[in-house]
Design a protein around this ligand. Structure first.
Ligand SMILES: *[C@@H]1O[C@H](CO)[C@@H](O)[C@H](O)[C@H]1NC(C)=O
Ligand SMILES: *[C@@H]1O[C@H](CO)[C@@H](O)[C@H](O)[C@H]1NC(C)=O
Length: 482
C-alpha cells in the first residue's frame, strides 16, 4: 500500500520537475528573445547609418575592450586586428566598446599611429562609449574580486549592446561572462581572444587545503567560468600556455593566434656579421627573472672553460621602483662575491636603439625565468640572430625555442651546470650561422604577417557563421532585420 504511494509520489515529482525545468527554460528563452528584440529595435536607426544604399549589407563586428587606450600588448592585438579587417573586408564595420571617455575617435587613431605604427580608417571604425566601466575595475571590488568583476562585466556588456547591437561580438579583454549574455540575448556569433585565463587549475591548486572556503570559492568560480566559455563560438588564445588552461576550462579546442611582435627592424640585422663572445640577458630586474641563476652559471662557465679573459655577460633591463634598484645592488654584490664583476656589465634603462646595439653584437641570448608564459625578449634575440638559451619550462620551450624543420634553434637548460654547458656549446658549435638563421626563421611565427594571416582566417569563419545564424534567426522569428 505504502509502496504504491511512493511510486506515485516519485512519478509526480519527476513530472513536476520536468515541467518546472522546461517552463523555466522556455521562460528564459522568451525573456532573452523579448529583450533582444527590444535592443535590436533601439539600435535600428544607428545601424542603418552604417549601411549605404545599393551596396551589400555591411556586417558590424563589436569589440568589447573597455580599456582600449591603455597602449599595452592587449591593445596592440586589438588595433592590429581591426587594421587587418579594414584592409581585407570592405563590408565590415568595426565598433569598439570602451570606457575611455577622455579621448575622441581622432585622438585614439592618432595614439594608435604613434604607439603602434598602425593606420586606421575612421570611416569603418566607430567608438561606443560606456558609462559603467568602473564596474570592471579591480578597485570597485575589494573583496570577491573575480566574481565582482565578472558580474560587472555582464552589466557593462549589457550597456554596450543596448547602445548598439552588433552582428558579431568579440571580447578581447578576457571578460568571458559577457559572451553567454550576448549570445543568449542577441543570438549572434561570439568570439574571444584570450591573453590570460581568469582562473586556471593552477590558481586553486596553489591554495593550501586548510583554506577550504577559498578553495571552494575558486572551484565554484572555475565551474561557472567553464560554463561561460562553453557558450562561445570561437576562442582564440595568445599562446600554447593559455590554450592549455582555456581548453581544459572551456572544454573545447581554441586556436592559438600569437600576438604580433614587432621584429621587423631586428630581422634586417646582417646575420653573417662577426659577433663578440657575449651573453645578453634582456629582462626587467625582477625576482622571477632569476638573474642569480645566470650569474652562477656564468661563473661556472668561466671557471670550467677558462674564459675569464674573453667572455662577457651583459644584463640589460628596466627597474620599476626602489625594490628593483635594491635588487640591482644585490646582484652587483653577488657578482663581486663570485669574483666575476669584471666580466659583467649592468645596463639600466637602455633606449631601444641601445638595445638593438646589444642585439647586434652579442652571441647568445639567455633567459632563466621558470615557467615564463611567453618571453618577447627571446623572440627578439632570435629575430636578431642570437642563439637563445632558455629555461627548460613554460612558453619559451612550448612556443618559441622550438626546432625548425626538425633542427634545433637554441638550447634548453635547468640548472647552473646545464646553463654553463649550453654557453660553451653555443660558443663552440660548428656552424653557428645556420643556427642563427633557423632561430630567425622561427621568430617569424610571431610576426605581424603571421598574426594577420591567422586572424583573418578566423574572421572569415565568423562572418560565414554570422550569415547562417542571421538567416536562421530571421526564418525562426519571422522578423525582418535591417
Ligand atoms: C599573453 O598574454 C599574457 C597576459 O597579457 C602575457 O603575459 C603573455 O606574454 C602573452 N603571450 C604572448 C604570446 O604574447
Ligand atoms: C614555428 O615556425 C616553425 C618554422 O616555420 C614551424 O616549423 C613551427 O611549426 C612553428 N611553430 C608554431 C607553434 O607555429
Amino acid at each position: 500500500m505504502v509502496n504504491q504511494y511512493i511510486h506515485l509520489f516519485i512519478a509526480a515529482f519527476i513530472i513536476f520537475s520536468f515541467i518546472g525545468f522546461t517552463s523555466s527554460y522556455i521562460l528564459f528563452k522568451l525573456i532573452c528573445y523579448i529583450v533582444g528584440n527590444k535592443l535590436r529595435g533601439k539600435s535600428l536607426s544607428k545601424r542603418q547609418k552604417y549601411q549605404s544604399k545599393g551596396k551589400p549589407r555591411r556586417v558590424v563586428i563589436g569589440f568589447f575592450h573597455p580599456y582600449c587606450n591603455a597602449g599595452g600588448g592587449g591593445e596592440r592585438v586589438l588595433w592590429t586586428a581591426i587594421r587587418d579587417i579594414q584592409k581585407e573586408f570592405e563590408n565590415v564595420v568595426c565598433v569598439v566598446y570602451t570606457g575611455d571617455k577622455q579621448v575622441s575617435k581622432e585622438g585614439l587613431i592618432e595614439n594608435v599611429k604613434t604607439l603602434f605604427h598602425l593606420e586606421l580608417h575612421p570611416d569603418s571604425l566607430h567608438i561606443i562609449l560606456l558609462e559603467k566601466r568602473h564596474l570592471v575595475s579591480q578597485e570597485s571590488w575589494p573583496r570577491f574580486t573575480m566574481v565582482g568583476q565578472s558580474l560587472g562585466s555582464m552589466i557593462l556588456a549589457y550597456e554596450a549592446i543596448s547602445k548598439l547591437v552588433p552582428d558579431i561580438f568579440i571580447d578581447t579583454m578576457g571578460y568571458a561572462f559577457t559572451l553567454p549574455l550576448v549570445s543568449h540575448i542577441l543570438d549572434i556569433p561570439t568570439s574571444a581572444y584570450i591573453h590570460y585565463p581568469t582562473i586556471s587549475s593552477d590558481t586553486s591548486s596553489q591554495i593550501p587545503p586548510s583554506n577550504w572556503p577559498k578553495k571552494l570559492y575558486c572551484n565554484i568560480f572555475k565551474y561557472f567560468y567553464g560554463w561561460a566559455g562553453s557558450a562561445v563560438d570561437l576562442v582564440m588564445t595568445n599562446s600554447s600556455w593559455t590554450a592549455g588552461h582555456i581548453d581544459s576550462s572551456f572544454g573545447m579546442k581554441s586556436v592559438v593566434v600569437y600576438p604580433p611582435c614587432n621584429t621587423e627592424s631586428l630581422r634586417s640585422i646582417d646575420i653573417s656579421r662577426q659577433r663578440k663572445k657575449e651573453i645578453l640577458y634582456l629582462a626587467q630586474y625582477r625576482p622571477e627573472k632569476n638573474h642569480e641563476l645566470v650569474l652562477h652559471s656564468f661563473k661556472l662557465y668561466l671557471e670550467r672553460f677558462d674564459k675569464k679573459k674573453e667572455a662577457k655577460l651583459i644584463l640589460v633591463g628596466s627597474i620599476r621602483g626602489p625594490k628593483d634598484s635594491e635588487r640591482v645592488l644585490m646582484l652587483k654584490k653577488q657578482a663581486r662575491d663570485l669574483d666575476i664583476e669584471d666580466n659583467i656589465e649592468f645596463i639600466i634603462e637602455a633606449s631601444w636603439e641601445e638595445v638593438v646595439g646589444w642585439l647586434r653584437r652579442a652571441w647568445i641570448g639567455v633567459n632563466a625565468m621558470w615557467n615564463e608564459h611567453f618571453g618577447i625578449g627571446i623572440v627578439e634575440y632570435m629575430a636578431a640572430g642570437l642563439i637563445p638559451i632558455v629555461h627548460n619550462s613554460g612558453g619559451p620551450i612550448l612556443d618559441i625555442v622550438v626546432p625548425f624543420e626538425g633542427q634545433p634553434t637554441g638550447f634548453h637548460a635547468n640548472t647552473a651546470e646545464e646553463f654553463a654547458e649550453a654557453f660553451n656549446s653555443a660558443f663552440t658549435i660548428e656552424d653557428p650561422q645556420s643556427r642563427r638563421l633557423r632561430a630567425r626563421e622561427t621568430s617569424q611565427n610571431f610576426s605581424e604577417e603571421k598574426f594577420s594571416q591567422l586572424w583573418l582566417r578566423q574572421v572569415d569563419i565568423l562572418l560565414k557563421t554570422e550569415t547562417l545564424r542571421r538567416r536562421e534567426r530571421i526564418y525562426r522569428t519571422g522578423i525582418k532585420e535591417d
